[in-house]
Design a binder for this molecule. Structure first.
Ligand code: NAP
Length: 289
């Protein structure tokens, strides 16, 4: 079935917003962008009628409960939004016989690996948020085999809250900062992930069969400390950065030591190469200015 109308949830989040920014570049598609006030995933029983009325040809679910530390105490809400609602969206997509794209996280893994995690690597969530996302993936795929799950990591954008914007603010406010240096991962510019998603939508629209789990992150890998150092260099700031161990920065939710995602599978589908994280960071900071 050809795709015309695309329903995007989480319109106010980093990724949802970036998809909205791309809409004018894809005039063949009509984007219906809905935020939390229009489609609340914490009430999964309530939104089937609304979606059926919109009659989308594709659903892209970027909405999620992303407060990683808070999810350790707000368990029920995190589970409803990240697992139950995702299953419901998969069921609605199945009933409408349309593609369903949803996102997940590097936190579905244990963080103990020493080489990049593959989409086929067994999940073993490092924290409660990760376990809600892992359950969301599994429930959605069990409900609707055509579900597409894109796991991503360390997302940043000009819009919303993220490490890049927090660092830029703190580096201007403070003379020195302690940054965790013993966790490794792959930063992801939400703009690049939005573009990759649209490439997949175009392939689906052209009749290609795509389903299952994919990983997307910018090329390369880094630590939070080196990420911060690069932000500082690009922005030309003078704050002193001190590397610290995770043990010196305890958080309610455990973080993975190593959460590098292998993106080989999605690269074989995409027409454009995945940008390097440093170039992506440069583009984001330029867009912020
Ligand atoms: N951010 C990361 O570093 C990261 C890392 C790995 C994976 N991911 C995954 O990537 C996807 C996109 O993340 P993102 O960075 O764009 O997240 P984000 O910026 O935190 O945006 C999430 C959006 O979901 C919305 N939302 C929260 N609860 C909702 C509810 N009950 N009903 C409807 N909407 C609700 C939020 O609404 P409000 O604006 O009203 O709060 C927000 O706009 C998510 O699946 C996330 O789990 C993100």
């Amino acid at each position: 079935m050809a795709i015309h109308k695309i329903l995007v949830t989480g319109a106010n989040g980093q990724l949802g917003w970036e998809l909205g920014q791309l809409a004018s570049a894809y005039p063949a598609f009509e984007f219906v962008l809905v935020d939390r006030s229009q489609l609340d995933l914490s009430h999964p029983d309530g939104f089937e009628e609304m979606i059926t009325k919109i009659a989308p040809d594709c659903i892209i679910n970027t909405a999620a409960y992303t407060a990683v530390d808070k999810s350790e105490t707000e368990k029920e809400l995190a589970y409803t939004v990240n697992a139950t609602a995702v299953q419901t969206l998969a069921r609605i997509s199945k009933n409408l016989a349309i593609p369903f794209i949803t996102y997940s996280t590097d936190y579905v893994f244990d963080g103990e690996a020493t080489s990049p995690y593959l989409p086929t690597t067994n999940v073993d969530p490092v924290n409660y948020y990760g376990s809600t996302k892992a359950d969301g993936e599994a429930l959605a795929i069990a409900e609707y085999e055509q579900t597409i799950v894109i796991r991503t990591s360390w997302v940043f954008s000009t819009h919303g809250n993220n490490f890049v914007k927090t660092m830029l603010r703190l580096m201007k406010e403070k003379e020195s900062l302690n940054i965790v240096a013993d966790q490794k991962g792959r930063p992801t510019y939400a703009r690049d992930l939005a573009k990759a998603t649209m490439q997949m939508v175009q392939l689906l629209d052209a009749g290609q069969s795509i389903k299952g789990i994919f990983h997307y992150a910018n090329q390369g890998e880094t630590t939070w400390f080196d990420f911060a150092a690069k932000i500082k260099a690009i922005a030309g700031l003078s704050c002193t950065l001190h590397p610290i161990d995770s043990a010196a920065f305890p958080t309610p939710a455990k973080r993975p030591k190593y959460s590098v995602l292998s993106t080989q599978k999605i690269e074989s589908l995409l027409t454009a190469p995945i940008p390097n994280w440093e170039d992506a960071l440069q583009a984001c900071i330029k867009a912020l200015n």
